[in-house]
Every structure is written in structure tokens, then in C-alpha cells.
Design a protein around this ligand. Structure first.
Ligand code: ASP
Length: 434
């Protein structure tokens, strides 16, 4: 007689579910766009079903961002404890951000000069797009006011941390949290110890909530992608295909060539291992277009799947979610030059180098939300005499590009965590041996 075999029901892994959500949402969206186009019921479906589902998911994630960022950074600093170690990780993170972002912008600027995507657009298409997006363009152009290069730096220090949190000003909140963490590390009284315990509680609760929210991700991914593909269709994409192609090619070079090289050389990790582990965060980034909304997933997979010590991941990923945006920096560079080409504004090499520096700073200053870099681009355009309204040209295709550059942004945070995590492990071994 054979033993009865007990087969436990096997649960489908979350990333497989997300992939299914992705394929279902995109296919249905494109099919709906091609077959029924602008039918009223499709607009109703998007407005009352798929958009709200997607928005609900985004809101749930955003709801957790502030408490998570504050608690993760305070704990990150306290856990590192030794101010020397904190300084070390901080300097490594800064170096990573500056070096890898500079590489990203350079790739973008070289490609846009080689391919000249802005010179090929028929002027009437441009005018049509400008007219269609003029309202939003004006809104974005006005948002740039009061944001100069010096302001980007000054705004790192909040006048009022509560207001900064209420305004979603993550960089300022991060600065405040870092200062808090440093002071809590230095004092070490009973009071600060119980404060740190409480912060640990906040962090644990956030993680639990994130687990619940992330379980909804596959449905949200399907809904978000359906809305986008059903609305965008392929017409607008075709009109701006050269611009899109240039951005995507540059992003691909950065993601598939630069990251694997850096991971191999400094992180001791193969690209496939990285991609497999990072997939849930990359897909979340792709479907939400927001590094901040992806942060919870980024943190989780960086620790669980990529094996980065949580104290390093917390620090690098949390800071990286707004400060380390390789894809955004690259996109800013290409967009500024594309619009300069489109409007016939000649830029000298020196001006292009200035744009490179501004794009690095601009990517630090951009918020990790969908379209977060657009106000920064408008600011750079105005500085070089390129009409900021030109932003209207790219709005139609921005969502797709936003999705892709956010993947590169989040990928950069995880790759940085792997590299810094490994070098920290080496530093600790050396310290113990000494
Ligand atoms: N959506 C991007 C992010 O959250 C920011 C941007 O480039 O607009 O990473």
C-alpha cells in the first residue's frame, strides 16, 4: 500500500502575482484603447474603478512614508551607533550618489547629442501637444518659482519639521531625523533609550502595515497599468517616439550595463541574482512611478532578498528614495537638451556641463513622487532661456518614462545598498582583526 501523500496548498509568490497583474493590466489596457478608444464606458471604468483602486494603493503607501522615513533614519543612525561608522556609511553613500548620478547624466547627454531627437519633430505636432497640455504646463512652470539652486540646498534644513512633513518635503524630514538620531546616539540617557524604543515600535508597526498593503499590490499593479495604457494608447507615444527612444536607451544602458558592472566589481553580486531579488521593488517602482511609495518594498527586498544588513539598507535606501535618483537625473538632462533642440536654443559645452551639475542637484531635490522631477526641469529650462512650457510637449509620454526612470532610481538605491553593505562587512572584518 502506498502512503497517502499530503500536498500542502502551495501559495503563489507575491512577485509572480505582481507579474500576472502587470501582464493582465497592460494587455487589457492596450486592447481597450485599440478596440474601444474613447468610449464613455471605458472612461467610466477608468474613472470609477481602476483609477480609484490604483489611487487607494498609492495613498496607503504614502500614508506610511513619513513615519517610516523618520523612524528608519533615527534607528539607522542609532543602530550604527558609532559616529565613525555612521560617518563612513554616510560618506560612502554620498560618493555613490554623486558618482553614479554623474555617470547617468553623462550617458543621457551623450545620447541626446548623438541622436538629436529634438530636431526631428514636425513643428505642428509640437504646437498641438503644447496646446493640449498648456494648463498643466503653466501649473508646473509656476511651481518652479522660488526654487533656485541655492534654495534646493537651503531647503534641506526645515524651518519647521512638522510643516515639512505635512508638505511631503522628504529631504527636510530626513535631515531632521538624522539630527535626531545623532543626538540620541550621543546622549544615551534613560529618556533617550525609551525614546528609541518607542521609535522602534513605530518602525515595527509601519513594517507590519506595509506587509498588509503590499499584499494588495498585484491588484493595484493591474489597475494602475490598465488606466495608463487605456488612456495613453500608442498615438502620443508614436509622435514622440524619438524622444522616448532616447530616454529609454539611456536608462537601459545605465540599468543593464552600469549597474551590473558596479555590482560585479564592488558588490560581488551577479546581475541575475540582483534582478531576481530586486524584482518586487522594481515592479512596484514601475507601476507606481514613485520612489517614495516604493520605499517600503525597497527596504524589505534589500534586506530579505539581497541580504544587505538592515542598518545599511535602512540608511541607504531611505536616503536614496529622494536623494539618489539616477534615472531622474538622466531624464532631466535629456529633456532639457531635447527641448533646447526643439526650440532651436544652442547650448555651448560649458552650458552643457552646467546642466550636468544642475541635473545632479536637481535629482537630489526632486520629490520621489510621480512627475516629481518636472518642476526641477522647468526651473533648469528657464535658466537657459528654453521655454518652460515645453514641458507640455513631454507630458503626454511622461508617465511611461516616469515609470521607467523610477525603476532605475529604485534599482540604484538597491545596487548602492549591496555595494555599501559589502564594503561595510569588509570594514568590520578588518576592525575585528585589528
Ligand atoms: N517619479 C520619480 C521617482 O519617484 C521622480 C521623477 O523623476 O519624477 O523616483
Amino acid at each position: 500500500m502506498t502512503e497517502p501523500t499530503v500536498t500542502a496548498p502551495r501559495r503563489m509568490p507575491l512577485h509572480t502575482k505582481m507579474l500576472i497583474g502587470f501582464v493582465v493590466g497592460t494587455t487589457a489596457g492596450i486592447a481597450a484603447n485599440l478596440l474601444v478608444g474613447e468610449a464613455a464606458w471605458l472612461e467610466g471604468l477608468i474613472a470609477y474603478v481602476t483609477d480609484p483602486i490604483g489611487q487607494l494603493f498609492l495613498r496607503l503607501l504614502f500614508m506610511l512614508v513619513m513615519p517610516l522615513v523618520f523612524s528608519a533614519l533615527v534607528l539607522g543612525v542609532v543602530e550604527i551607533g558609532d559616529p565613525r561608522a555612521l560617518g563612513r556609511i554616510g560618506i560612502k553613500t554620498l560618493l555613490w550618489v554623486l558618482a553614479v548620478t554623474a555617470i547617468a547624466v553623462t550617458i543621457g547627454l551623450v545620447l541626446v547629442n548623438l541622436l538629436q531627437p529634438g530636431t526631428g519633430l514636425p513643428p505642428e505636432v509640437g504646437q498641438e501637444l503644447l496646446a493640449a497640455s498648456s494648463d498643466r504646463a503653466v501649473e508646473i512652470a509656476s511651481a518652479r518659482q522660488g526654487v533656485s539652486g541655492v534654495d534646493i540646498l537651503l531647503n534641506i534644513v526645515p524651518r519647521n519639521p512638522v510643516q515639512a512633513a505635512a508638505n511631503g518635503d522628504l529631504i527636510a524630514v530626513m535631515f531632521f531625523a538624522l539630527m535626531f538620531g545623532v543626538a540620541a546616539t550621543v546622549i544615551r540617557s534613560d529618556g533617550t533609550r525609551s525614546f528609541v524604543d518607542a521609535v522602534q515600535g513605530v518602525y515595527d508597526i509601519c513594517l507590519k502595515l506595509i506587509g498588509w498593503v503590499i499584499a494588495l499590490a498585484p491588484y493595484a499593479v493591474a489597475a494602475l497599468l490598465f488606466s495608463i495604457t487605456a488612456k495613453l494608447g500608442i498615438d502620443v507615444l508614436l509622435q514622440l517616439a524619438r524622444f522616448v527612444g532616447t530616454v529609454l536607451a539611456a536608462l537601459a544602458i545605465h540599468f543593464f550595463v552600469v549597474f551590473p558592472l558596479l555590482l560585479r566589481l564592488f558588490g560581488g553580486m551577479g546581475p541575475l541574482t540582483f534582478l531576481r531579488g530586486a524584482e518586487p521593488a522594481l515592479l512596484t517602482a514601475f507601476s507606481t512611478s514613485s520612489s517614495s511609495a516604493t520605499l517600503p518594498t525597497t527596504l524589505k527586498v534589500t534586506v530579505d532578498n539581497l541580504g544587505v544588513p538592515s542598518r545599511v539598507a535602512r540608511f541607504v535606501c531611505t536616503l536614496g528614495a529622494t536623494a539618489n535618483m539616477n534615472g531622474t537625473a538622466l531624464f532631466e538632462g535629456i529633456t532639457v537638451l531635447f527641448l533646447a533642440q526643439f526650440f532651436g536654443v544652442e547650448l555651448s559645452l560649458v552650458q552643457q556641463v552646467m546642466i550636468l551639475v544642475l541635473c545632479i542637484l536637481g535629482s537630489v531635490g526632486a520629490a520621489g513622487v510621480p512627475g516629481g522631477s518636472l518642476p526641477v526641469i522647468a526651473m533648469i529650462l528657464a535658466m537657459f532661456g528654453i521655454p518652460p512650457e515645453g514641458i507640455g510637449l513631454i507630458l503626454g509620454v511622461d508617465r511611461l518614462l516616469d515609470m521607467c526612470r523610477t525603476v532605475v532610481n529604485v534599482g540604484g538605491d538597491m545596487a548602492g545598498s549591496v555595494v555599501i553593505g559589502r564594503s561595510e562587512a569588509k570594514a568590520e572584518v578588518l576592525q575585528e582583526a585589528a
